[in-house]
Every structure is written in structure tokens, then in C-alpha cells.
Design a protein around this ligand. Sequence first.
Ligand SMILES: Cc1ncc(C[n+]2csc(CCOP(=O)(O)OP(=O)(O)O)c2C)c(N)n1
Ligand SMILES: [Mg+2]
Length: 376
Amino acid sequence: MPVKTVFETKISHVSILDENGKFDAKLGKGVIPDKDAVALYEHMLTCRHLDEVAFKLQRSGRMGTYPENRGQEATSLGAAYALDKKDWLVPCYRENAGLFWRGLPIEMILLHWMGDERGNQIDNELCVMPLAIPIGTQMLHATGLAWAAKYRKEKQIACTFFGDGATSEGDFHEAANFAANLDIPVIFFCQNNGWAISVPSKIQCSAPTVAQRGLAYGMDCVQVDGNDIFAVVKVTRDAAKLAREKKRPTFIEAVTYRLGDHTTADDARRYRDEKEVESWKKKDPMLRLEKYLREKKLWDDKKHEAAMAKAKETVIAAVKRAEEIADPKNADFFNSMYAELPADLKRQRDTMCTHSLGLDPSQLEGTERQAVNSQH
Ligand SMILES: Cc1ncc(C[n+]2csc(CCOP(=O)(O)OP(=O)(O)O)c2C)c(N)n1
Ligand SMILES: [Mg+2]
């Protein structure tokens, strides 16, 4: 019995606007109309300015940890632009551009990183899930949301964002297996930014592409230049069509780079070569889009100045709104946890006697409890 090949495959890499500003007219035809390209660039300017401001807020003690998005703006933005307003966006924590495009108010993200849970209480109409800090959990949530939509015979699909590192989590493999085998209309959008904090993606995944991790589960897989918003829009549209019409999941690997530190709690100079960062600065998604717009006479210095002024105004106003919201009460963190609070937690809330405040509620009895009650 001769040895025969039972399976062979290839992974396509899609690029339309390359790092030198060269545009593939055939592949890129009609992907983003001029007016929208300008709006998307203006949006990126605001997001990048927010990064600068958030960094300063953290350094001056006005915000907790913050993860810069710098360099990755084209990924979530391209995807959010390509999807329908009713499709679920299920993020991790570096998708500001896509979430704001959908309509999430900037102050919600600021509140989140200021440690205020109300930043996660997102208007249901936006179809945006709260940021997921535990790596990988959101892929299961997205699969469940898309499964529910299919069950209800709705057109809605889900798109979940995660990093290269997250594809090593069990949650990814469970979600991918479930989605592929049960025909679930979900897009797995991986942002391969080269690093999972200090772990390079080459160590994280020894296969030549991260995309092929999805292949193992039998779903369509594609790699895209994640710093090329045209290509991101195209592959997301294709994936959305497949999800809507055939109820099939797609794995998109968007190759990008985080130009900043992992978060404000990190110093990337300790583990990565400055030369690598410099080489990626040349591939910045904003640089090439700006070049494209200028060549088409859709952008000039005057427009840039006006857009920057507007971006600054927008960000300052959002910071003001976030900082003006009164601090939450201690008891509030019990309120959004359960539909009906269990008796022991209710007792903790009502007496404000909790382990997290350094008080042991089990030690609290009779008159002592009344004393604590009267203090609050
Ligand atoms: C379950 C879990 N394990 C570990 C961490 C700590 N942690 C935070 S970010 C991160 C790296 C994630 O890398 P990647 O998925 O590539 O995302 P990136 O930040 O590069 O976008 C880790 C290990 C966490 N938040 N959750
Ligand atoms: Mg990463």
C-alpha cells in the first residue's frame, strides 16, 4: 500500500496597501470608499491621541494600568467597520479603535482602566461585550453568543479579538472545536503582535503561522497584514459572509505589532530589541493610510491640523466626563454580580463587613453587627 497524501493545505496572506503605500488596485477595488477612508484615518488619530493622554493619566496617578493600542489600530477598526452594527464585538483589551467606531463612549474605557466597574456596563444596543482581562475567556463567550443567534435564526454573528498568546489557552481550543463542529457563525480574530508580554510569538507557536491553529479544527483560515486596514476589511467581510450564509467560523491571523509596552506596568526595553521596534514603526498602519490619502489628494496639512485639534477636544472632553463621575460606593460591587444576591453576600453588603475590607463577616455576631451597621 503506497503512502499517499490525505491532506494538503496552504494559508493565504492578504495585503492590499503595503508598507510602502503601494495599493493593489484589483484586490482593493471598492473595499473602502474615499470618504470612509478619511473618516477611519481621523478616528485613528483620536485613538492614538487617547493613548498618549491615558499614559500621562496613569503616570500622574489618575488612572490604573493602561494597555497602549499604538500600532494595532487597523485591526479592530477594520473589523468593526466591515461588520454590521448588530454583530457582536467580543474584545480583549487592545481594541479601542473598533469599540469607539461601534459607538462605545471613550469615557467607558477610561472608567474601566480607572478601576470603576461601571465602565463595563455597556448599553445592550451596542452589541459590545466588556473587556476581557483573563486571557482567552472571551472566545467561549463569543462562540456562545453566535450559537444563540443561530438558534434564534437571527442574522447576527460574533467576532472575538484575542492575541497570539491567547491561542495557547485551553479556552481557545474549546471554542474553536465547538464552533467548527457545530457550524457556529463566529470570527476568531487573532492579533498576532509578536509578543505575549515578554514571550515572543515564535516560542508561543512553533508552526509557521498562527492561522493554522484554526485549521486543526477544520475551519477556514487566513493570514492578513494587520497594519493594512484595506486588507483587514476585506478578510473580515469575507469571513462575515461565510458566517452569515454558511454558519461557518473563520480564523483570521492579523500580523501586527504593539509599538508600546504591554501595559503601563511593563518596560518592553527589558526584553525586546530596539531595532525590531524601529523596523515596525515603518510599517505603522497610520503612516501608510496617511500616505495613501495624501497621494489621492484626500488629505493635507490643513486637514491634519484640524483633525488633531478635534481629536484633542474629543479626548479632553471624555477624560473630563470620566473624572466627573462620582466615585462608586463600596457596596456597589455586590450589586452587579448576581441577579439575586446570596444571603451571605447580602449580609456582607448590608454590614459592609467583608474580607476585602479586612473584616471577617463570620466573626460578626449580635450587637457587634449592629455596631458595624450603625457605622455605615
Ligand atoms: C488566564 C490569564 N493568564 C495570564 C494572564 C496574564 N497576562 C496578561 S496579558 C498576557 C499576555 C497575552 O498575550 P497575547 O494574547 O499575545 O495578547 P497581547 O497583549 O499581546 O495583545 C498574560 C499572560 C491573564 N491576564 N489571564
Ligand atoms: Mg500578543
